[in-house]
Design a protein around this ligand. Structure first.
Ligand code: EPZ
Length: 418
């Protein structure tokens, strides 16, 4: 068990580079199950969730080669299993993205149902309804989903909600279906555009990725790919907020303004000075930090994965802000921990009302999930005295070398044995 110890109150300064995207990397790795050919994915972040996916792919019989994460090669030439076991799926829900590719490629898949997590019940009904529309026979028993189909058939699918995971699962499955599939009310996240771009280089016929209507003309088989993953927009947003919350000035290489529109608009509203440049975004704290209300929603709305980080910033804002979480029913676990640091936040259902305070004070706090953990790190950077964040395994699921990056920007932050 480890914890992160931060001596707060230092302004961040300098240049930092964003890692590759975890949430784009995961479906890209599972897309390799669609082909017998070699898939090379470049720039994946060295985080626990990526490592778990590689173990799952190996468990299915794929050959995995990794040269120090610069690039990862997956060759699913001969799959020895079509089962994604509970032990792996329970540690990483995104393992459920193996379902679509497996049933499309092999005609059969048995995947553990992911179950709920700290931030919500996380149902899979939209994934399953879509696969049934594609002609799969779905059975659920003993905590597993079993899907079977001789060959999937193209269909028109209207999603009840623009679920990222369901869009990715169905997009991958439809590439090998017989005929044309149209996914309506599809999720529009950049991670889906990145997945579609890789699939097209594998020979898939896809149009409309990034819009709410995606069309896929199925093909008999796919080839391999050599694809570089997009930069992690959530890590980029986290680093921009880290600079703002410490009153610093940082150049974030790899941050894309076109992927961060909703956040940049809110930071601007809060008086943070931003400049999009060729290789990234420069952020500089303005004078007084003003407050801004946010409401999370599917892309291009304000990302739920930046809600906790933005709340940490608003805890020091000059005034009151309302933070409305519409995506997950239980994503305010960080509120109590911020309150331990002196924040003034009241939660009423899906709305958190944040009254800015003059200063936060360091305290021992506990991470509960990935984004809540980094929110506490950001609060610790701004707080007076010492903050200790425990259960940092949550952080390691999605942030690569975060303390190294922050200390290179001048933060006093170390990881120690708990
Ligand atoms: C992806 O999760 C991300 N994970 C999440 O990031 C992110 O918070 C989420 O999208 C929303 O942006 C990955 O990409 C690996 P959804 P996903 O399906 O695909 C409901 C992080 O911090 N829903 O878009 O699981 C669901 O309950 C993680 O990196 C159904 O009701 O999210 C939720 O309320 C956390 N039925 C909403 O849709 C379904 O079948 C959005 O979920 C599927 C989803």
């Amino acid at each position: 068990m480890q914890k992160i110890v931060i001596q707060g109150g230092r302004r961040l300064g300098g240049t930092v580079t964003v890692s590759g995207s975890k949430n784009a990397g995961l479906p890209l790795l599972f897309a390799s199950l669609l082909t017998r050919e070699r898939c090379t994915i470049r720039g994946l972040p060295r985080v626990a969730d990526i490592t778990t996916s590689l173990r799952l792919l190996e468990g299915l019989g794929a050959l995995v080669g990794d040269d120090q994460f610069a690039s990862i090669v997956v060759e699913a030439r001969a799959l020895s299993s079509s089962e994604a076991p509970y032990d792996l799926v329970k540690t990483m829900r995104a393992s459920f993205l193996a379902l679509g590719p497996l049933v499309a490629r092999t005609g059969r898949a048995r995947v553990s149902t992911p179950g709920g997590c700290a931030i919500g019940s996380r149902p899979i009904d939209i994934h399953l309804a879509g696969l049934e529309r594609l002609g799969a026979r779905i059975r659920q028993s003993h905590g597993y989903v079993e899907a079977e189909a001789t060959r999937l058939r193209g269909a028109r699918i209207t999603l009840d909600f623009p679920s990222v995971g369901a869009t990715e699962n169905l997009l991958m499955a439809a590439t090998l279906a017989d005929g044309t599939t149209v996914i309506e009310n599809a999720a529009r996240e950049p991670e889906i555009e990145d997945l579609a771009a890789a699939l097209v280089t594998m020979g898939a016929r896809i149009s409309g990725a990034g819009t709410n209507e995606i069309r896929i003309d199925g093909v008999r088989e796919l080839g391999g790919c050599d694809h570089s993953v997009i930069a992690d927009r959530i890590e980029a947003g986290t680093l921009l907020i880290a600079a703002a919350i410490t009153g610093g000035e940082v150049h974030v290489i790899g941050a894309r303004a076109d992927h961060l529109g909703a956040l940049l608009a809110k930071l601007d509203e809060a008086g943070v000075v931003l400049a999009a440049v060729s290789d990234g975004i420069t952020v500089r704290a303005g004078g007084v930090l003003r407050t801004a209300d946010i409401r999370t929603s599917p892309y291009p709305g304000f990302p739920t994965d930046l809600q906790a980080q933005f709340m940490a910033l608003m805890a020091l804002g000059d005034g009151q802000s309302a933070i409305i979480e519409t995506i997950f029913e239980n994503r305010f676990m960080h509120v109590q921990e911020l309150a331990r640091m002196g924040a003034d936040i009241r939660v009423d259902g899906r709305t958190a009302t944040v009254r800015g305070v003059a200063a936060l004070s360091g305290a021992p706090v506990m991470a509960t999930d990935l984004r809540a953990s980094v929110c506490l790190v950001l609060a610790g950077l701004a707080a007076q005295n010492t903050t200790e964040v425990s259960r940092v395994y949550h952080l390691d699921r999605g942030y690569e070398r975060l303390e190294e990056k922050l200390s290179a920007l001048g933060a006093d932050i170390v990881r120690v044995r708990a």
